[in-house]
Design a protein around this ligand. Structure first.
Ligand code: MG
Length: 231
C-alpha cells in the first residue's frame, strides 16, 4: 500500500511505540508479587491484581496511579483486611519507581521522526493520565518533532472520532501508528481510518485482541519500516 500524498497528518501512539513502557509495568508486577509472596501463590497475586485493575480502570483511567489503587486493593484483599504498613509503603515505592523511571526511546524513533518532520503534521495520540503522559512526552526530547501531544481519555471509536473532529480530519484521513491492536488499530479501521501496526514484544493483558481483517492495516516489524510507505 502506498500512502504517499494520501495523508497530511500522522498520529503516533507513545507507550511501546515511541518509548519503552510495558516492561516497567511487568517489573512492577514482579516486585508486587514478591512483596505478597507470604500470602498466596504468584498466580494468585497476579489474578487478584488483574481483577482489581479491571475494576479500577473504568473509574480512574490508565496510568500508574490507577495501578497504585489496584495494588493496594489487591494487597488489602490478600491480607484479609489487615494491610501491614510495610506492604502499603512497599506498594507506594513500587509505584513511585514506576512513575519516575528513565525514559528509553525505542530504536529508530528519532531517525524516523527526522525523516517525516516537515512533510507531515506529526501528532502524538496517547491515552492515560494527563500529568504522567505529558511528563513522559517532555522528558522524551521528542516534542521538537511533533505538532502537539493528545492525551486521550481512552482509545475507542468515540475517542478517535473526537480526535478527528478536533483536528478537522475526516476519519478516512486518519493514519494511526501504534503497537496495540485493541487501542491503535481496531478502532481506527472501524471508523474508516488506516493503521500501521508495529508489534512490541511485551503486550499488556488488558490490551490483547486478535487482529481484525482489513485492507487498511499495514503490519511492519520496526518503526523505520513505516518510511517505505510514506517517503
Ligand atoms: Mg502503546
Amino acid at each position: 500500500m502506498d500512502l504517499r500524498g494520501k495523508y497530511t497528518h500522522i498520529f503516533f501512539d507513545a507507550d511501546d511505540t515511541l518509548w519503552e513502557n510495558e516492561q516497567y509495568f511487568r517489573d512492577a508486577e514482579a516486585r508486587f508479587t514478591e512483596l505478597l509472596a507470604d500470602y498466596t501463590s504468584p498466580e494468585g497475586v497476579q489474578q487478584m491484581l488483574w481483577e482489581k485493575q479491571e475494576d479500577n480502570i473504568p473509574l480512574f483511567g490508565y496510568g500508574s496511579k490507577t495501578y497504585m489503587i489496584g495494588m493496594a486493593d489487591a494487597a488489602l484483599d490478600l491480607c484479609e483486611g489487615h494491610l501491614p504498613e510495610h506492604i502499603y509503603y512497599g506498594v507506594k515505592k513500587i509505584i513511585t519507581d514506576l512513575a519516575f523511571h528513565e525514559l528509553e526511546l525505542i530504536d529508530g524513533v528519532v531517525d524516523t521522526l527526522e525523516a517525516l518532520q516537515g512533510r507531515y503534521k506529526l501528532i502524538v495520540a496517547t491515552k492515560g493520565d494527563l500529568t504522567e503522559q505529558m511528563a513522559k512526552y517532555r522528558k522524551s526530547g521528542l516534542a521538537q518533532y511533533f505538532h502537539h501531544c493528545e492525551v486521550m481519555e481512552n482509545k475507542d471509536q468515540r475517542n478517535y472520532l473526537e480526535l478527528c473532529a478536533k483536528n478537522d480530519l475526516n476519519p478516512s484521513q486518519l493514519l494511526m501508528i501504534g503497537n496495540s491492536v485493541k487501542s491503535d488499530i481496531a478502532p481506527v479501521v472501524e471508523i474508516g481510518g488506516t493503521a500501521i501496526h508495529i508489534p512490541h514484544e511485551v503486550v499488556w493483558v488488558h490490551e490483547m485482541m486478535d487482529m481484525p481483517e482489513s485492507d487498511r492495516i499495514i503490519e511492519v516489524n520496526e518503526i523505520r519500516d513505516i518510511l517505505k510507505f510514506l517517503q
